[in-house]
Design a protein around this ligand. Structure first.
Ligand SMILES: *Cc1c(COP(=O)(O)O)cnc(C)c1O
Length: 402
């Protein structure tokens, strides 16, 4: 008889975006013609930049001619992409070897796949609230999870505590959903903690390109982090590749557990279970690092960051507690008047037709908080924040009885 992986039955169904969509739909049906502004999207909205499109079109044309056709490529990615990634890391003082860079079809897959290398007996530490992928991939394997409490006291950046031990530690900085980013000193504490307890850090750097201050872009900016950390990065938010699919994972040569090279295990895993990212997409990703590509993608990031700043400034003016908005496309706010995150969703929808994401959807410590994303248009962001400002400037207490 076929036995299923019963751990899957322990997964909680995620109704978050489904529930939001349902409430918005209901409102729309009852109030046709009202303009709803969506500030909840976690997907980019600007198109791929011209440098990327030109390169991709050239690569497509090559695929149509016998002399320049490409079949299977190296599972770990082409040198023409790994080299610019290495050069990019050098801009923040990190020197990588080519064999430490693994091109992927995005950070999400590798964040899940990496767990192949580690025993189900490991205990994992996961911040709460957080990107739900870390939790679900570990539930699928049946690992024990300990949550790291993120709250206003630690500015949603949980720090290591001696009484909370784990073998695998997830860190996401700049963070989704809170937008908070660790400083170098804070990340050093985590690296020291991992080194002293022989633990592994899985570092998600998907939003590194949004950093505006001196927060580290890579965990390897911290000395000796190569001995304890794997880093995941992605072109999704950096260059609008959410639908194109490309990312990269750094597995340092210096990383060993139980005298086994983790780089070697990962190479073995990838060459067995993965046949690489398409040639055309890797060429597109390469173009992100050209002078033109950097200028154009940075321009798009600045566009989102201007939206984020507008939202952060609005919270500032209203004296509403928030994090993020500076090093990330997210602003994470405390719901005013002690509203729960779902009450706040309904309240904003009813009063000003602005939609965001209830913090509770990212973990139990997200209760009472709300995420706005900067991926809407500038015009919509202005309009949403004007409506928001006027609503709370009146300081009207919500009627929650409705
Ligand atoms: C969007 C996002 C990613 C990127 O995932 P891809 O699979 O590369 O699209 C990774 N981590 C976090 C926290 C994200 O929000």
């Amino acid at each position: 008889m076929t036995q299923i992986n019963k751990n899957y039955l322990n997964l909680k169904e995620s109704y978050l975006f489904f529930d939001i969509a349902k409430r918005v739909k209901n409102y729309e049906n009852e109030h046709p013609g009202k303009k709803i502004i969506r500030m909840g999207i976690g997907d980019v909205s600007l198109p791929l930049c011209p440098a990327v499109i030109t390169e991709m079109q050239e690569a497509v044309a090559e695929m149509g001619k016998a002399e320049t056709f490409h079949g299977y490529g190296p599972e770990q990615g082409y040198s023409f992409l790994k080299k610019p990634i290495m050069e990019y890391y050098q801009t923040f003082g990190v020197f990588l070897e080519e064999d430490e860079v693994f091109v992927s079809d995005g950070a999400k897959s590798d964040l899940g796949n990496i767990l192949d290398l580690f025993s189900k007996e490991n205990t994992v530490l996961i911040p709460d609230p957080v990107y739900p992928v870390y939790v679900d991939t570990n539930i699928m394997d049946g690992r024990k999870i300990i949550y790291l409490k993120a709250d206003q006291d630690n500015h949603f950046l949980p720090m290591p505590q001696e009484n909370i031990q784990g073998d695998i530690i997830y860190l996401c900085s700049p963070n989704n959903p809170t937008g908070a980013a660790y400083s170098k000193a804070q990340l050093k504490e985590w690296v020291d903690f991992a080194l002293s307890h022989n633990s592994l850090i899985l570092f998600d750097a998907a939003y590194e390109a949004f950093i505006s201050d001196d927060s580290p872009h890579s965990i390897y900016e911290i000395e000796d982090a190569k001995q304890c950390a794997i880093e995941f990065c992605s072109f999704s938010k950096t260059a609008g590749f959410t639908g194109t699919r490309c990312g990269y994972t750094i597995v340092p040569m210096a990383l060993h557990f139980q005298d086994v090279s983790i780089n070697h295990l990962w190479l073995r895993r990838q060459t067995t279970k993965f046949n690489g990212v398409s040639y055309v997409v890797q060429r597109a990703a390469k173009a992100v690092f050209s002078a033109e590509g950097q200028r154009q993608t940075k321009k798009n990031i600045e566009y989102y960051k201007r939206n984020a700043k507008l939202m952060a400034d609005t919270m500032e003016r209203l004296n509403i507690w928030y994090t993020g908005g500076k090093n990330s496309p997210y602003v994470w706010i405390r719901c005013p008047h002690q509203m729960s995150s779902w009450e706040f969703l309904d309240y904003l929808l009813e009063k000003i037709q602005v939609v965001g994401t209830p913090g509770e959807g990212f973990g139990k410590n997200g209760a009472g908080y709300f995420r706005f994303s900067a991926f809407s248009s500038y015009e919509d962001t202005i309009e949403a924040m004007e409506r928001f400002y006027n609503l709370f400037q009146l300081n009207e207490l919500p009627d929650l009885t409705k």
